[in-house]
Design a protein around this ligand. Structure first.
Ligand SMILES: *[C@@H]1O[C@H](CO)[C@@H](O)[C@H](O)[C@H]1NC(C)=O
Ligand SMILES: *[C@@H]1O[C@H](CO)[C@@H](O)[C@H](O)[C@H]1NC(C)=O
Ligand SMILES: *[C@@H]1O[C@H](CO)[C@@H](O)[C@H](O)[C@H]1NC(C)=O
Length: 335
């Protein structure tokens, strides 16, 4: 309706469209075509998460704050691996599913590993009661919006360096990842002395300039046509005790604190690509991290066994079956 109304309205404002001569007819057809093209474009184009004019006003970056009892979740001297899962405040069912399956303390060494959820805020939702029951949620002042995902990874790094400075590795995951934590514990124990990032890091790094694609990034937000090597799927592991603090210390040199648009970029591009490349922090590719439900594996050099570290699933249906599929992909011998 709106589409038709708009063309009609524009037509009535074109006095040249009386079709007196061939020239005016051509101009007329051209104008109508242009108008409908622009209108269609307006309807079809995916609205981008970026601002046309970046907001670089000083002080616009709102420091991430944690709820007052956050010290209660601090790691102790036995904690070696910290797993932080980015989750939306109202994703209660997801968290329940994770707590029962791959995130259950019965499924990993709960002395060595701590699993915590990072949540933001939604004005109508309060997580205090849930956190009183489970005591595994880092509540932040981050607004729950797609473009704020990078702030959650920032919060995870910030929490790790502030409250868990002695952990050897930090895993960042999304709530739709399923993790094989025992395999990550093993890899961490064997490799944490060489600072690096482990994940699916051999993906295409081309910056998407097609505005109809969800991951479109306009040149005024990121100029180069390729990202530095980064690790996708939402789940990856930072190795090395000092890695979180090093990443945070490098962040002021990237424009993250100045540019609202930079903060709206994909969290993996920022924290496994742009910042680590400034530090020359190696990113180690493993086929054991997956975009999909059916796991591919990596041959572990030390044990000569296949390993799958993570899968990605759209919902929590059959979560236990999916978790078992992930686990059973590991173990076969390989060369
Ligand atoms: C943890 O380790 C640090 C440094 O090694 C030590 O100063 C502190 O007392 C330890 N804390 C506990 C609770 O053992
Ligand atoms: C669990 O982790 C602790 C701390 O690193 C370690 O001392 C203990 O041996 C581990 N237990 C198992 C069963 O691996
Ligand atoms: C990443 O590696 C896997 C196998 O090792 C391969 O199948 C896949 O095509 C690679 N991806 C890219 C973008 O090179």
């Amino acid at each position: 309706m709106w589409f038709i109304a708009r063309i009609r309205k524009r037509k009535s404002h074109l006095p040249a469209c009386g079709v007196e001569t061939t020239a005016t007819t051509i101009v007329c057809v051209f104008l109508i075509f242009r108008i409908s093209h622009i209108t269609l474009h307006g309807i079809l184009s995916v609205s981008t998460v970026f601002l046309d004019a970046d907001d670089t006003r000083p002080g616009r970056f709102q420091q991430v704050r944690f709820s007052s009892n956050v010290e209660d979740f601090a790691c102790d001297n036995n904690t070696e691996l910290l797993v932080m899962v980015a989750t939306k405040a109202d994703e209660y069912d997801r968290r329940v599913s994770i707590r029962k399956t791959w995130g259950s303390p019965l499924r990993f060494n709960a002395t060595a590993t701590r699993l915590l959820f990072v949540t933001g805020i939604i004005h109508y939702h309060n997580n205090d009661e849930e956190n009183a029951d489970f005591r595994d949620m880092i509540l932040t002042n981050i607004r729950e919006k797609y473009q704020n995902l990078a702030l959650k990874t920032f919060a995870a790094l910030f929490f790790a360096q502030r409250y868990c400075p002695r952990v050897k590795c930090l895993v960042k995951a999304d709530s739709d990842n399923f993790l094989n934590i025992p395999a990550l514990e093993r890899y961490c124990r064997q490799n944490h002395e060489r600072p690096s990032i482990l994940g699916r890091c051999n993906i295409s790094r081309k910056v998407i300039r097609n505005r109809f694609v969800k991951w479109y990034v306009p040149p005024h937000v990121y100029g180069p046509n390729q990202y530095p090597r980064y690790c996708s799927t939402g789940a990856y592991m930072f190795l090395g005790r000092e890695t979180p603090i090093k990443l945070l210390n490098a962040l002021p040199h990237t424009g993250f604190y100045e540019s609202e648009n930079m903060r709206r970029m994909s969290e993996d591009v920022i924290f496994t690509g742009i910042v680590p490349s400034m530090l020359s922090l190696p990113r180690i590719h493993s086929d054991g991290f997956n975009f999909y439900e059916s796991p591919t594996t990596e041959c572990d050099e030390s044990t000569k066994r296949q390993i799958a570290y993570s899968i990605h699933a759209p919902d929590e249906i059959d979560a236990m079956f999916r978790y078992e599929t992930l686990l059973s992909a590991s173990g076969d011998s390989c060369q």
